[in-house]
Ligand binder design. Structure first.
Ligand SMILES: *Cc1c(COP(=O)(O)O)cnc(C)c1O
Length: 375
């Protein structure tokens, strides 16, 4: 059997272990410590966000963002439909109602026109949505300037789910810094990892200090343990942050490597009828977290996405369909959605190819050769 090729596996550099060793040597093993502060500083510098709070996951960051916006039972929150379920789950944690919005075909992210249609319709139906969760899927920035403008017009705050898009930007400005708050993830398969973790970023200091407070059980300033609010255990541990400090040193390199993976697939597969790619609009920069292809059986000898996925699997190569839109998920399908027919064919035709920054040339060649056999 050929060695396994993963979709996106952790990729450590030279420094992570020495930061972790430092954490051990100084006994900062707790969920606070100098590496947490160091990692937060690195994130601020890299994204250009004024403030960052390191948390236990991207999901936790989004949960806290919604709590701080006062989202409560019965409130409506707008969310991109084509995404990972973690973008929508925190809405449900709060008993709020997700309103799903379909994509546009240029970036595969939330369609701004449909967003405005939905807001107008929700207002007519009697409830103005309280927040908008925009996602930068697979690292490709959403039409974030348009989305922010609509948010401002209707005075609805935008939270950016940049979990997949650390290193991506529009007009040189990092995604995650356009909205009132942004969230990042350092889960094992993301562009950099702390083995598990996330962050909240914002230019508004009050959200960051409030998120740190809520993430450490909402303990009041008193010598004894006193609480006036419900708290959470959502802070990042210092050991995980130490890994993050090492990963931040190699992040620019990781972005380059992921983009090279995309270029390789583009060069070797884009000539095939029936295979298409996601391109960067002008002034958009994607970290190319995952390269996805669209497989159209009507153009390419009847070969479909699933044929390719199974034949890659047979070769011990992991690939994965695009995210199944939330408005089609059993758990969310009864919530309101505004659709335009864009995300459903993306789901049926889309396949994410191995995109890790640690893939070797021969790995990429194996993937391409396996796909080419069918055409
Ligand atoms: C990974 C991911 C998250 C959640 O991040 P975790 O750190 O795994 O909780 C949220 N949104 C999107 C789009 C993601 O891909």
């Amino acid at each position: 059997m050929n060695p396994k090729i993963w979709l996106s596996s952790p990729h450590m550099g030279q420094q992570e272990f020495s930061f972790v060793k430092e954490a051990f040597d100084t006994n900062w093993i707790a969920p606070l410590g100098p590496h947490v502060n160091g990692f937060e500083n690195d994130l601020e510098l890299f994204t250009g966000s004024k403030y960052a709070a390191a948390l236990s996951s991207g999901t936790a960051a989004l949960h806290l963002a919604l709590i701080m916006l006062g989202i409560a039972n019965g409130d409506e929150v707008i969310c991109q439909s084509l995404t990972f379920s973690a973008s929508a789950n925190p809405i449900a944690y709060l008993g709020a109602i997700p309103i799903f919005i379909d994509s546009e075909s240029e970036t595969w992210n939330m369609c701004p026109d449909l967003l405005e249609t939905a807001i107008k319709d929700r207002i007519i139906k009697g409830k103005k949505p309280k927040a908008i969760i925009a996602v930068h899927i697979y690292g490709m920035p959403a039409k974030i300037e348009e989305i922010i403008a609509i948010g401002e017009k209707y005075e609805i705050p935008v939270i950016e789910d940049a979990a997949e898009a650390l290193g991506s930007s529009v007009n040189g400005k990092a995604v995650g810094t356009f909205g009132l708050m942004g969230i990042l993830s350092f889960n094992g398969n993301k562009i950099i990892t702390t083995s598990g973790g996330g962050a909240l970023i914002s230019d508004d200091e009050k959200f960051i200090s409030q998120s740190r407070f809520l993430a450490t059980q909402a303990r009041d300033a008193a010598v004894h343990y006193q609480h006036s609010q419900i708290g959470y255990n959502y802070r990042m541990s210092n050991v995980c942050a130490a890994i993050g400090c090492g990963q931040m040193q190699v992040l620019p390199e990781r972005v380059k490597q992921r983009r090279k993976v995309y270029e390789y697939y583009l060069k070797n597969l884009s000539g095939i009828a029936g295979i298409d790619f996601l391109y960067e609009p002008d002034h958009y920069f994607s970290n190319r977290w995952l390269t996805a292809i669209l497989v159209d059986p009507s153009k390419g000898k009847g070969v479909n996405r699933e044929t390719l996925r199974l034949s890659l699997e047979k070769e011990n190569i992991e690939s994965r369909p695009l995210w199944k839109p939330m408005h089609l998920q059993p758990v969310f399908q009864n919530y309101p959605s505004y659709t335009n027919g864009v995300s459903e064919p993306l789901f049926s035709k889309g396949l994410c190819l191995p995109s890790g920054s640690n893939l070797k040339d021969e790995d990429l060649k194996r993937v391409v050769d396996t796909i080419k056999q069918h055409f």
